[in-house]
Design a protein around this ligand. Structure first.
Ligand code: SF4
Ligand code: SF4
Length: 158
């Protein structure tokens, strides 16, 4: 038992102290650090958050799902259930930004309205959340490789 434990520790230590640092040493720059992060995670809609952004995120998290903002929003209807969806998305974790893309497009019609923000009993800064989400989604799009157009099938394909 003890031998097996020592053996496991040996391989773990070898990997952490020798192999991993050696690998980093010889990896090309684009496969480590920020470029590697972007390559791995932007396909999942994740982009890095600056220290300043992280510090500000707590302001977005106070939603109690009371629905008052939805009740005063003139855009509610059809597929748009209301602005609370944004506040809820930030109230538990950082949201999946691409999943908010279509809902975000509805907000192009907000104009100068601030009703949702003014109605919120928790002072959740909804308009700031909208703007922040737009900005981060633009970062996701900028970091993603260009989308390829779908390949057209021949007309008489089986
Ligand atoms: S700012 Fe936009 S989301 Fe908020 S209540 Fe007005 S129209 Fe609705
Ligand atoms: S009014 Fe404020 S607390 Fe209530 S659902 Fe909307 S964002 Fe959340």
């Amino acid at each position: 038992m003890l031998l097996r434990l020592l053996n496991a520790w040996f391989w773990l230590a070898l990997r952490a102290l020798v192999l991993h640092p050696l690998r980093l040493l010889f990896l090309p720059a684009e496969r480590k650090g920020r470029p590697a992060f972007l390559a791995e995670y932007t396909v999942e809609g994740l982009v890095p958050y600056s220290a300043q952004e992280r510090a500000g995120l707590h302001r977005f998290g106070g939603c109690i799902n009371c629905g008052l903002c939805d009740a005063v929003c003139p855009l509610v209807g059809g597929d748009f259930r209301g602005p609370s969806i944004f506040a809820l998305a930030y109230s538990r974790a950082t949201p999946e930004l691409p999943a908010l893309r279509e809902t975000l497009a509805t907000l192009d019609r907000c104009g100068a309205c601030t009703r949702c923000r003014d109605a919120c009993p928790r002072s959740v800064p909804l308009l700031d959340i909208f703007a922040f989400t737009r900005r981060k989604l633009a970062e996701v799009d900028a970091a993603l490789p260009p989308r390829r157009a779908p390949v057209a099938l021949p007309e008489h394909a089986p």
